[in-house]
Design a protein around this ligand. Sequence first.
Ligand SMILES: [Zn+2]
Length: 254
Amino acid sequence: ANGYGTLMSVIQEHDNLPFLQESLDRHFWHQHQSMDTLVGVLSEYFAVERPWAYKDVWEEWVVDDFVGSYMSRLSPFGLKPPARLGEVARFVNEMHHSVAIALAAMWPLNFWRTDPMGPADYEWFENHYPGWTKSYGGLWDAFRDMSDPSSARILLQELPALPAFCQVCHVPCVVPSIHAPETRIVYGEGKEFAVCSEGCEWIFNLNPTIYSGCANWWERFDGMDLADVILALGYVRPDGKTLIGQPHLNAERM
Ligand SMILES: [Zn+2]
C-alpha cells in the first residue's frame, strides 16, 4: 500500500536508478511545496487549539519516517535521499506563515473565511517560531484592523501587487518568506512564467511543455474587472449575495 513493493521490483534493474532518483527528487519537492504549505496553513492558521507546530511533526513524519526509515532501506540499491531535503527544511520553517497571510490578504478572492487572530495566537506562534511576531505580527494586526468594513480598506490594497502563482506548484510566489521571495522567471513554449523557487525552476525545465499548457490564474483573468472575476469564479448566489467569507463575525455588520 505504501509503494514499497513496486519500488523494490523496479529498483532491481540498475538501469532504472537514474529515472527513480529524478522522479524522487522531483516529486519530493513538488509534494513539499503543495502539501507542506496546505497542512502547515490548515493546522496552524485554521485551528484555535493547536496540537503541535507543523515544523516539529514534519521532522518526525518526513525526516524520521520517510527519509530515515522508508528511504534508508532503499539506499543499498543506490537510491539517495531527496536532493533538496535541506532546502525543504529551510522552507518548512517559514513558508506556510507567508502563504497564510498572503491568502488572508486576498480574502475577496477566496471561498473560505480566515479568522483574525488574537493575543493567545500571537503568543503560540512566537513560542513555536521565534521571530514570528517581528515578521508577521504587524501584517496580522493590519488584517484584523481592516476586517471591519468601516475601515474601507482591505489588506490586499496594502500589498505592492497580488503575487504571481507558481506555474509548477501553484503556491503564491511569496516563499520561503513574503519579505524575501525567491521567485524567478522561466521560459517555455514562447512564453514567460513565474515559478516560486529553484526547485520549481528545475522541475519546470525538465519538461517545459507539460507546464506551459495550463493557463494560470493571472492569464485566465487578465484584463478583467475584479467584480467580473468574482462572478466568473461562481461566488455570487442566485439571490445576489456573495459567497465570500468576510473575516469578521460581527452579526450587526453582516
Ligand atoms: Zn513552486
